[in-house]
Design a protein around this ligand. Structure first.
Ligand SMILES: [Zn+2]
Length: 167
């Protein structure tokens, strides 16, 4: 269930039409010319480590409610992706951190809530604070590499090796 498309023009409230514009089917307003361009949502992920272990959150809300994952969230306007990553880490998991490096930028499709996302992942060294579950988070816990859920072990395979050799 991706985000629902606009039905009405946000400028003049006329019903939107669908048509081929600049090579894609887009919603547009026949009355005022408004074109609804759709772009992926920018998401940042904190692959947060301390002493060779990964700090994971158990998600309290959709999407993927009940699953363990890395702290993550949306970049706000006026905020750098690095700042957003460290802010989300502190909000969701209660710890401060320092960006080590960019890990990857990838597209992800969330069919539950958000639709198309541009996901930017950073490796983050935890520098302070005590792990504590923020709003929308059920639990926060360090995971040794061998305790990672299978789906995360696959995604973090390269990082696990890097973290192990630097710990
Ligand atoms: Zn309009």
């Amino acid at each position: 269930m991706a985000p629902r498309p606009y039905s009405f023009c946000p400028e003049c409230a006329a019903p939107l039409s669908e048509g081929l514009i600049e090579g894609r089917v887009r919603r547009h307003c026949p009355s005022c010319g408004f074109i609804r361009y759709e772009n992926p949502l920018p998401v940042v992920v904190a692959i947060a480590v301390s002493e060779g272990r990964f700090l994971l959150i158990k998600r309290g809300i959709a999407p993927k409610k009940g699953y363990w994952g890395c702290p993550s969230g949306f970049v706000e306007c006026g905020e750098s992706p690095e700042d957003a990553c460290l802010r989300e880490l502190e909000e969701e998991a209660g710890v401060t951190g320092q960006i080590e490096r960019l890990v990857r930028v990838m597209r992800r499709q969330d069919d539950e809530v958000y639709g198309d996302m541009l996901v930017v992942s950073y490796l983050v060294r935890i520098t302070g604070g005590t792990p504590r579950a923020g709003d929308e988070v059920d639990e926060v816990r360090y995971h040794a590499p061998e305790d990672l859920p299978d789906y995360l072990a696959v995604i973090l395979r390269d990082i696990v090796g890097e973290v192990a050799s630097n710990a």
